[in-house]
Design a protein around this ligand. Structure first.
Ligand SMILES: Nc1nc2c(ncn2[C@@H]2O[C@H](COP(=O)(O)OP(=O)(O)OP(=O)(O)O)[C@@H](O)[C@H]2O)c(=O)[nH]1
Ligand SMILES: [Mg+2]
Ligand SMILES: [Zn+2]
Length: 366
């Protein structure tokens, strides 16, 4: 699927855009016997925000491409950029979720007109449209709730490293659950292949190929495999997520042939990254898609899942669980469990089963 989503906004948005073009809102003022306000646009907008009446505003559809200080950066369909704050009366079609995130389709109003001296004008976000897909994780313990890393993407690239930091299959499996929950296709990029034996890793990660999740081996610093991995993403919109220091930003720079994203050293004490990237950012690819660089994650907790639902997200477990003797089998300790038998016979990979057990246990303890 191409990056159609930029203009693929709800009918609501298109109507808003149309009425803006026709100057319908201005006519309305005239009909009501008032003239279009001569006060600065900023004052008019804040007055209307107070009245919570967004129907009278000139709304334009845009896509959130990143965050810069207090502003969300929004690209408009006209290819202009607005630095936006969120209006007090903002409406969201995503109840209970992060209000705004990278990749969101939003409706905005301009506050300042662009002038030649500025790269971007200023605006306000009035509406966040329904997310078609999302990469969502459990927010870190102190924050609570769900954290949406990016919205409206086609593909999740689970981005890990051959070393510094060494990949963790438990983490990969939690990402693959999130991809299914958020309706994203998934693939795995193993970076820093200059640091470890690729054949060993190919064997270690073969189970994902069998499950239909493509695995790419690359080195962003020496360029090996980078082009191939990038071409697999073609014109898609892809969110790249993984541990800090795995080389996500270095990969993006290698793809663009430019220093578009800052990169950071690995800690000499922990061999982990230093959390160099601090906000998700959409970068337009020549193929018409987007690559989304995101901050490295420390942990990736699954969100919105009951222990008995975990099996649904392990297709190879789901495929055999009907043969368990007990209908409510948790596949942990029950006798005559078809899943445990499949693990013993090699039909379910023991690493995947281990991930299943870990996740069920974590959810039971929560
Ligand atoms: N040996 C080797 N080092 C790499 C490779 N790719 C990246 N690095 C190094 O790994 C370090 C971290 O790279 P970043 O691109 O900043 O990692 P990141 O995943 O963006 O990290 P965060 O932004 O903190 O999430 C840098 O010192 C890179 O030079 C690679 O393929 N091989
Ligand atoms: Mg980074
Ligand atoms: Zn069972």
């Amino acid at each position: 699927m191409g990056r159609k989503k930029k203009s693929k906004v709800s009918g609501d948005a298109l109507r808003a855009k149309k009425s803006w073009r026709k100057g319908k809102n201005r006519r309305k003022w005239d009909e009501e016997g008032t003239t279009a306000p001569s006060t600065p646009m900023r004052q008019r907008i804040s007055a209307e925000a107070e009245s919570k009446d967004i129907s009278a505003l000139e709304l334009e559809p845009g896509i959130v491409v990143g965050v810069q200080g207090p502003y969300w950066e929004v690209d408009l369909a006209s290819d202009q950029r607005l630095n936006c704050r969120v209006a007090r009366s903002v409406q969201s079609e995503n109840a209970g979720e992060t209000l705004v995130c990278a990749g969101d389709n939003v409706l905005v109003t301009r506050i300042d007109e662009l002038d030649d001296a500025q790269d971007a004008g200023e605006g306000l976000i009035y509406k966040v449209l329904e997310r078609e897909t999302k990469l969502m994780r459990k927010a870190p313990a102190h924050k609570g709730g769900a954290h949406i890393i990016a919205a409206n993407m086609d593909v999740l690239v689970v981005f890990v490293a051959a070393a510094d930091p060494f990949y963790n299959k438990r983490l990969i499996d939690r990402y693959l659950i999130a991809a299914q929950q958020g309706e994203l296709a998934a693939c795995i990029f193993v970076n820093k292949c200059d640091l470890f034996d690729v054949e060993v890793m190919q064997e270690d990660l073969y189970v994902y190929e069998e499950l239909g999740v493509p695995v790419f081996f690359l080195s962003s610093t020496d360029g090996a495999g980078v082009q191939e991995a990038y071409e697999a993403l073609a014109d898609k919109t892809c969110v790249i997520s993984g541990p800090s220091g795995a080389g996500k930003s270095t990969f993006i720079n290698a793809v663009f042939g430019l220093e578009v994203q800052d990169t950071g050293e690995i800690s000499t004490k922990t061999f982990k990254g230093m959390h160099t990237t601090t906000g998700a950012r959409l970068l337009r690819t020549p193929g018409g898609g987007y690559l989304v660089d995101t901050p490295g994650i420390r942990e990736f907790g699954v969100w919105d899942l009951e222990p008995e639902q975990v099996q649904w997200y392990f297709p190879e477990i789901e495929a055999v669980q009907q043969e368990c003797k007990f209908h409510s089998c948790t596949h942990v300790h029950e006798p005559a469990c078809a899943v445990q038998a499949a693990v013993e016979e090699g039909r379910v990979h023991p690493d995947r089963y281990q991930s299943y057990l870990n996740i069920v246990q974590t959810l039971q303890e929560a």
